[in-house]
Design a protein. Structure first.
Length: 260
């Protein structure tokens, strides 16, 4: 089986580009690969599916040449283990609000004696029958792990400590949720929210932690404008729209053009 891992994204010359997979369809994953994306985030928090479907989408990512990341529904060690066992290259944990929580999530991604992840020699990530456990565990430690999604006012208050947690792979910033948490009702362009995003990116840069920036607007020109803002903040990876946003926007434009 040919699989792409987190280090493959870090080795790209240009900033890697991905999206969120909220549609439970292997064919959509295949289209993302054909479109030239580098990765996608299989979304078990806001997608209407669980680990069984997520496993199929991860296999589709492998076939399409995409690095499969997976957002678990919550900061749950069992969900983290299931995602990594299924072959996720990294696990995105939503709503990280403290350094202690981030550290627990890193521990949940690692086997003893470093961590608390359950060990099994017959999981997909190890080819279903692991005969060299030390080698497999070493690969998992070096090539997989936790991406902290910080998206609340509580996480903002602790952002410098969160970014300093040893073992995190990256910081994914959540502008929309953050704006809601800060009372801006989804307006992530409000000046105080933008200042909070500046602080988050600066904290990650200080900790030498890669920054993953979401760009929700499906308009190409606006997406490029937002990309440039994030590049100025030091972002090194971009998540554009979601599959639902892109599909709904495109169909809406066709409907308006052909029926208006």
């Amino acid at each position: 089986m040919t699989r792409s891992a987190w280090p493959d994204l870090l080795a790209r010359a240009a900033p890697p580009l991905g999206t969120w997979s909220q549609i439970a369809s292997e064919e959509v994953i295949d289209m993302l690969g054909s479109a030239g994306l580098d990765f996608t985030i299989v979304d078990c928090e806001h997608g209407a599916f669980g680990i069984e479907t997520a496993g199929r989408l991860i296999r589709a990512c492998d076939a399409a040449g995409l690095v499969p990341l997976l957002r678990v529904p919550a900061a749950d060690p069992v969900a983290i283990g299931q995602a990594l066992d299924a072959g996720a290259a990294a696990v995105i944990v939503p709503g990280i609000g403290s350094a202690a929580e981030a550290a627990r999530m890193v521990a949940a991604s690692r086997f003893a004696p470093e961590g608390t992840r359950g060990a099994c020699p017959c999981v997909r990530a190890g080819g279903h029958y692991i005969t060299d456990w030390p080698a497999y565990a070493g690969r998992q430690r070096n090539e997989a792990g936790i991406i902290a999604l910080v998206e609340t006012a509580a996480g903002l208050a602790e952002i410098e400590a969160i970014c300093a947690v040893d073992g995190l792979l990256a910081l994914l910033i959540g502008p929309f949720d953050l704006s809601v948490s800060m009372g801006a009702a989804g307006d992530y362009n409000r000046p105080d929210v933008q200042a909070a995003l500046d602080r988050m990116a600066a904290a990650a840069r200080a900790a030498r932690l890669p920054v993953i920036a979401p760009i929700f607007n499906p308009d190409a020109a606006e997406a490029a404008r937002q990309r440039d803002i994030w590049l100025g903040r030091g972002a090194s990876m971009f998540v554009v729209g979601t599959d639902k946003i892109v599909f709904t926007d495109a169909m809406g434009r066709y409907a308006r053009a052909l029926t208006g």
